[in-house]
Design a binder for this molecule. Sequence first.
Ligand SMILES: Cc1cc2nc3c(=O)[nH]c(=O)nc-3n(C[C@H](O)[C@H](O)[C@H](O)COP(=O)(O)OP(=O)(O)OC[C@H]3O[C@@H](n4cnc5c(N)ncnc54)[C@H](O)[C@@H]3O)c2cc1C
Length: 811
Amino acid sequence: MRSHAQVVVVGGGVVGCSVLYHLTKAGWKDVVLVERDQLTSGSTWHAAGGFHTLNGDPNVAKLQGYTIGLYAELERISGQACGLHRPGGLLLADTPERMEWLKMAHGRARYLGLETSLLTPREARELLPLIEEKHFVGAMLDAADGNLDPYGTTHAYAKSARIGGAEIHERTRVTALSCRPDGTWDVATTAGTINAEHVVNAAGLWAREVGRMVGLELPVLAMEHMYLVTDDMPEVIEYNQAHGRELPHAIDFKAEIYMRQERNGMVLGTYEKDGVPWQPRTTPWDFGAELLPPDLDRISASLELGFEHFPAMRGAGIKRVINGPFTFSPDGNPLVGPVRGRPGFWCACAVMAGFSQGGGVGLALSQWMVHGDPGFDVWAMDVARYGEWATRRYTNEKVRENYSRRFSIRFPNEELPAARPQQTTPLYDVMLAEGAVMGDSWGLETPLWFAPKGVEPRDLVSFHRSNDFPHVRAECLGVHQAVGVTEIANFAKYELTGAGAEGFLARLMTNRPPREGRMVLTPMLNEGGKLIGDFTIARAAAQRFMIWGSSQAQIHHMRWFERRLPADGSVRIRRFDQGLTGLAIAGPRSRELLARLTDEDVSNAAFKFMDHRALDVANVPAMVNRVSYTGELGYEIWVSPEYERRLYQEIRRAGRTLGLVLFGMRALLSMRLEKNYPTWYRELRPIYGPFEAGLDRFVDLGKSEFIGRAAALEERKTGGKLRRVSFVVDAADADVLGDEPIWHGDEVVGWATSGGYGHRVDRSLAQGYLPVALAADTSGRRFEIEILGDRRAATVLREPPFDPEGARMRG
Ligand SMILES: Cc1cc2nc3c(=O)[nH]c(=O)nc-3n(C[C@H](O)[C@H](O)[C@H](O)COP(=O)(O)OP(=O)(O)OC[C@H]3O[C@@H](n4cnc5c(N)ncnc54)[C@H](O)[C@@H]3O)c2cc1C
């Protein structure tokens, strides 16, 4: 064993081998993979080998598309066959709701450039005669679906990596990891110690154990999973002979079953409702290439349904049953990227679909390591998307929920119940008593809307406008006509202090740091000039700044901030999380309300739009920002949690004669649409530049150097490729949700990022991205946005439909 390497990859499953290959492809040759047993000996060897592009996140779907396209390249480089079969796959819908979901997926596939088509049950049966037609209302065919040989494919990655200069050591276990003062890692193995600049945790079933070696408890858990392989089936042989091709794959949502041809028989696997975690605390190191005892009783309900839906399967003999463990994160997407606070330690784990995602994970991670940026939008896979609240117990509950819903529809207004409530604010029970319907926002219970007396506080899940519609409308109109209060605890909040704080902000953000007592809005860019953050910054004192941003991105942002802190200690950063909480009041009477709660002068002259003040509000020490995402006159009041109940009660009391209403996140998001405000994760993501996103006002190219400035300058010069636009949509009873294709004539020219109903303007609204030339065209060009399979006319809005001059919030 050598004593030094640039990178040590821990784990020789499909993911570790993919990372290794991609590192060599990106030009790093001094890379070593260490495998405890032999390649594939974790979860990889007993996989069913299926692959597909469908994913809830379009960016992950793109990486899945990349993975599938990679196999031909691997075979060419390595000379090793991957055992590819590409018969396509059918997704079978048994209800109109599931069919609507497929229509949405089909629409999304269009802008991802994937080849899908919608079929009637009869057409589906023509392709897969095993189907009993009467159980289904329709299907979608995805031409990219297929399957491969897991062993051959992993070895194709490994051989390609070796050809690229990598070394692989089998039967060598990593036993400990320690960080030297110079930031490099000592990787202790059963064959000696390697000093490395980077370590990649691709340890699959042992990812938790390798994480623990550096003091991390990663949110990952293995579940037992069963599939069976049938004996030869005459129906299969007959079809192959008649058509000269294999049967397509199938996913049956109702039965939670996937199915495909294997030689002259079928493979049938199921994600049962009552899945069983495997080794919930610690994976034994001596677990070899073993299978777990099958338990057909556990999957009998799914099998029974499967036999009804595919009657020929009932008569087929079972050749073998595979029960093996594989890992999941709480939301089912991989955990990829650098770990905050552990420079040089990277994750590539919790990859539950290694043969759909392994290539994309390897590509993204290698680019991140070599170039400092993954080169894609990998937010949905970033290991930084979880906070401290994603404990082992939380992970266990969420992974079981996710497993049981593997093929279930998630409705846009559906909040999943497992592991809740995990975090609550002091107002949780108070707001529940007032009829709040709560949602989960980064592990925190957050009010979505309030059911008036006599109305059940519960969402009826749907792709259409639902039972919350009139109540959200009443909340929006209440804010608009008088004043409303909502809780805004679900923001990220940071405090930046020290002599170097101003310079630090100037270097990280595109806008100038504000003067004392003032606030600015500012994007943050990566080196490539793409959006990686969007913040509100207030200057509380000469050397003290308060920063608010997206809660979901806070570990990601802390990772970014901390790595860039000056070494001289002149800047300190503190993340509050729930150590600071807030209430927002908004509406034309919000100033009057605030005035009733403080003896300070809050007139428009004394407390202007975008001012920041330290005030006593209702006898509570608070920081108050004069800003509102509603587009109305409004204030955000930030306090320590121990004061929140008092502040809330006093606001309620003082607001009684002002027409005060409660409002939730859904009303807030509806009102921001009417102002054309973008939102993080939807309109603002690392695939867009600041000018493309229409944030021109917040990019000061004339100030001192900042990260991404050169690229931003270039984008401004060329105009970029895309432009964020807002639309008014001729919708029926379903609004745009996000990720729908935008049509012009017979062409898909863009995609929607979000949408909803604007109650103050009484219109269905949407935002999305179009190519620059189309967005600039003022000739009254007609666009259409595809909502649940229907193309609805969409007209570009040149200014916000609500209060375009901003008079209401400034007044
Ligand atoms: C029954 C079943 C069916 C499946 N079907 C499919 C399917 O159809 N399609 C699909 O895409 N996926 C499928 N999967 C999932 C797929 O197997 C996984 O996504 C994939 O194997 C994950 O690969 P990995 O490299 O992350 O992990 P693993 O395969 O677990 O690899 C991790 C490797 O790390 C090594 N290791 C761990 N710790 C150390 C250490 N300290 N030192 C050195 N080496 C170490 C292990 O020995 C192991 O070889 C299935 C899984 C199961 C169980």
